[in-house]
Unconditional design. Structure first.
Length: 135
């Protein structure tokens, strides 16, 4: 149950030859993502449980979920972009139905992220789910 943006990303990953190319693509996604304004880099929006500094700013309009995010680590910015493609634009109730682990597994991320990065992704997903549930 992924968004079209995530399906497009999964298709792109299928064409990339190896994990090195996929890793570079994730970093490029992060570079392409607009930076989060410094006024939103506050403790209330900081995600705990990430090795890097990560901020997620939820944006809920007309019952649909979106967010802006940023990190001080380029790979993590890319992972935020991947999560954005997975969740952005979904109705709040649909956000809770997404099996993020399975969807990210389709990209091979589960097998290639360090334990710290995997914990960070789980923390970001949990924050997204909490915001959507409170919606």
């Amino acid at each position: 149950m992924a968004t079209q943006a995530f399906e497009d990303l999964a298709d792109t990953f299928e064409f990339l030859e190896d994990w090195e190319e996929r890793y570079r693509h994730v970093i490029e996604l992060g570079k392409a993502m607009p930076p989060l304004d410094d006024t939103f880099k506050v403790p209330a929006l900081k995600v705990q449980g990430c090795a890097s500094q990560v901020w997620l700013r939820p944006v809920i309009e007309d019952g649909r979920f979106d967010f802006q995010g940023d990190s001080d680590a380029m790979i993590v910015r890319g992972l935020i972009a991947v999560l954005h493609s997975l969740y952005a634009g979904l109705p709040l109730a649909e956000v809770l139905k997404v099996d993020a682990s399975a969807e990210l597994g389709r990209l091979g991320l589960n097998d290639h992220l360090s334990a710290q990065r995997s914990n960070g992704v789980r923390a970001m997903v949990e924050r997204i789910r909490l915001v959507a549930a409170a919606g």
